[in-house]
Ligand binder design. Structure first.
Ligand code: SF4
Length: 429
């Protein structure tokens, strides 16, 4: 367990780079299996087969009611037989379950074998299993794998691992083909459609999304691909796309009126959209967003907020809250700080914001108690104890499950932070 201070190289745009508190220790974050809750809704012909334990099954069943076919049959078999002969049986058992599943559900086009962290599961080489099963079923159903293990991934990193596993499946773009825009990150369909409409009005028609709603629609990728990350936690996916020749467009993340404008502008500039035309197309949505955000301004202005590390949305959300609602970020904790992906966001945080990366739970809670912010954004497990100490909290998980991107959702996003403060005020009266 350690705490270290490191200067943050945020580039010349920031003359006094903030200091980052790096912490390692006990952490309080969901594992990457959680991503299945939103990914299975997004990819309509995919199936997520968690190879895990009863704990994993309980997590998902309580979070989303997702059916987990590898549990309890598979996990129980591993626990009972730890020797090598037992391991061979485990592979047979997995093959048998996959066979049964695909026989019964012929509409599945992608099967993700999702690894978890019980030691018996870790001993299984799931990438080999996926290759073996893919060679058997691949003509009809692609079998891929990624890890959602709590040892390797936090909360939103499961999506990153899943999308990174899809990148090698994307067909190569033809050499010399026209520029194509790729929007990367699982967005609710309604939000994705709003963005596609805006890109269409801007005159950018060659727009594709990752993940695609169906595997057959996976977009091509190559040197003519320009991509915009819709989510800040997709570092692995971004690297995998860059390895295939795609180029990331640097932008703020599309939260709030300003973030969304900047995100759209990055695409408009890359695709040579006339500035006047851009302003004409974007202005109505931007104004609507500003008006919607203004409803929460009175309640949030000047309020101090701390983010505990959870979803990796913390930095862009703190930027939105300070820049557009005049909140005061006290500490912005994030499980990992992707400096490249945050290069545009970090300089927009107010000077003096404490940024922390990783977690040492006890020390972090000590700082929350000393700071006594008006609002603390944290995981479910910490919310009740902090409320019992008189601190208002917001569940970080709600920010991941709610539609919060884009102009039309900006008012709702602000309201998500205003609501706990309103409740606190009502309870005080
Ligand atoms: S993957 Fe690990 S952390 Fe996640 S539910 Fe399963 S046992 Fe728990």
């Amino acid at each position: 367990m350690e705490t270290r201070l490191a200067p943050l190289d945020a580039g010349c745009a920031n003359p006094a780079p903030p200091v980052v508190l790096r912490e390692r220790g006990q952490r309080e974050v969901f594992c990457g299996l959680t991503g299945i809750v939103w990914l299975h809704r997004k990819m309509q012909d995919a199936f997520f087969l968690v190879v895990g334990s009863r704990t994993c099954a309980h997590l998902l069943q309580s979070a989303a009611g997702v059916m987990i076919f590898a549990e309890p049959r598979f996990a129980t078999a591993i626990i009972e037989e730890r020797d090598l002969a037992g391991m061979a049986d485990c592979h047979d058992e997995l093959d048998r379950i996959v066979h049964q599943l695909l026989e019964r559900r012929p509409e599945i086009r992608t099967l993700f074998l999702v690894g978890s962290c019980p030691s018996e599961v870790i001993k299984l080489d799931l990438s080999k299993a996926a290759q073996r099963l893919d060679s058997r079923f691949g003509g009809r159903t692609r079998v891929l794998n990624y890890s959602g293990s709590g040892i390797e991934t936090t909360f939103t990193e499961g999506e990153d691992a899943c999308l990174a596993a899809l990148v090698p499946e994307m067909p190569p773009a033809e050499l010399g083909s026209a520029l194509q825009l790729l929007v990367v990150g699982a967005l609710p369909d309604v939000v994705e459609d709003q963005f596609l409409r805006l890109f269409g009005e801007l005159g950018i028609d060659a727009v594709r999304c990752l993940p695609a709603r169906r595997l057959a629609d996976l977009p091509a990728v190559g040197a003519n691909t320009r991509f915009l990350l819709a989510q800040p936690f997709l570092g692995e996916t971004a690297r995998a796309l860059e390895d295939r020749g795609a180029r990331r467009l640097e932008a703020l993340f599309p939260f709030g009126a300003e973030g969304t404008t900047d995100w759209l502008r990055a695409a408009a500039e890359a695709f040579g959209v006339d500035r006047m035309h851009f302003n004409r197309v974007v202005a109505p949505g931007r104004e609507r967003a500003k008006r919607a955000i203004a409803h929460s301004h009175e309640r949030l202005r000047g309020k101090r907020i701390t983010f505990l590390p959870d979803s990796q949305l913390e930095v862009p959300l703190a930027r939105f809250l300070s820049n557009e609602l005049d909140m005061v970020p006290v500490e912005v904790g994030t499980p990992y700080l992707h400096r490249e992906l945050m290069a545009r966001e970090l300089p927009l945080l107010p000077q003096g914001t404490r940024i922390s990366e990783g977690q040492h739970l006890d020390r972090q809670l000590d700082r929350v108690r000393a700071d006594r912010p008006d609002l603390t954004v944290c995981g479910l497990g910490l919310a009740n104890p902090l409320e019992a100490e008189g601190l208002s909290t917001k569940w970080a998980i709600e920010l991941v499950f709610s539609p919060i991107h884009g102009f039309e959702q900006a008012g709702d996003l602000a309201e998500l932070f205003a609501r706990p403060l309103r409740r606190r005020d009502v309870l005080r009266v």
